[in-house]
Structure formats: structure tokens, C-alpha cells
Design a protein around this ligand. Sequence first.
Ligand code: 5GP
Ligand code: ZN
Length: 200
Amino acid sequence: MVDESKCLFCRIARGEIPAKKVYEDADTLAFLDINPRNPGHTLVIPKKHYETLMEMPDGEAGNYFASIKKLASMVMKGVNAQGISVANSNGQAAGQVVAHVHFHVIPRFSTETPPGLESILSSKRLDEKTMDQIAEGITKASGKPTEQPRPEPEPVERPSLESVPKPSSLKQPEGEEHKKKQVKKEFKDFEDEDGISFDF
Ligand code: 5GP
Ligand code: ZN
């Protein structure tokens, strides 16, 4: 547990230690990392002291994340980057060095060989059963029942096609008889105009 009075990022937030600030609002501060992994590497912190993301109340975490998103756009534009990596470590096991929650917003350039940040950990092959057990463990960790699938919507009652009256103009009598009548009528019109008669 780090004392807020001694916490490095709390001290930066209070202005006791200088930093190159790039954004500030009531709850959030963003400043350039002193050891940038790329030019424009920015750290985004909540002004209030929390050691890890998991300690932050949901409402504050929501606003905090909106600021991180804003910073991702600002940094991308500000240094003409082609991509942005966002990284956050929680706990020593994850490599967190400064015990005040912070997100790294790191601009990425098409000129670099582009490893995704997650590629620092090698991938592990796990069998189906182990994956199922892991998924179950994580799902149960919320302490709430898993969200049930939505019930199927009630079928909407539609009138049957037969019961819909057809406008007479749309009535299409079908079959050979109809076609024959049509042809007869056309020849009749021709006959009337030119005085020629046809037999059917
Ligand atoms: P972590 O390893 O905890 O995820 O990241 C801590 C980051 O804080 C590192 O990238 C490190 O370069 C940065 N850092 C450490 N001390 C200072 C400081 O005094 N000022 C600034 N601006 N960044 C710092
Ligand atoms: Zn702090």
C-alpha cells in the first residue's frame, strides 16, 4: 500500500513534481511518460489515488475510460501516428511499477515493425476442457448469475394471404385460357384498325 503523500503520480497531480501535461479535467490528468517508448507516449491517470483499476468505482472508471479514449485521438493527431496502443498493468505480477492506476497511450507508426503489445507474452496452447473450466471460473467470478439468453419474441399474427382482398386491377387470371384471350384481343384490335380478320 503506497501512501498518497509519497505516491509519485499523486505528487505529479498535485503539481509537486513537474511533468509535461497534455490534458487535464476535474478528475483526470495526462502527461508525457518520462521514458517514452515512442514520441508522444502519454500516461493518463485519475487524480484520485487508486492503486489498480479494479479499485476504482464503476462510475469513475467509466469517466476515466472516456478520457483515455479522448487522449488516444489527441495523441494520434498530435504526433501524426498511424496507430495507438493502449496498455494498463495492475499489480506487480503484471509489471506495474508505479502503484497509482495509469494507462499508457502509445502512438504507433507504420515505420516500426508492428508487434501488438500483447505479443510480449507468448501464446499458450490450452485444451478445450481447460478453456471451458477457465471460462466458467471467470464467468462465476462476478457473483451474479450469467445473463440468460433473451426469450424468443412472440410470433406476430399476420393475416393469411388468401384473406387479403386483391384490388381487381392486380388480379392476374393465369393459364393458357387467359393467354389465348389476350392474344385474341390484340389481333381483334389489329383487325379493327386494318380490316383484316383472323380465325382462331
Ligand atoms: P508501469 O511500468 O507502472 O506501467 O509504468 C510506469 C511509467 O511511469 C513508466 O513508463 C515510466 O517511464 C513512467 N515514469 C516513471 N517515473 C516518472 C516520472 O517521474 N515522470 C513521468 N512523466 N513518468 C514517469
Ligand atoms: Zn497516487
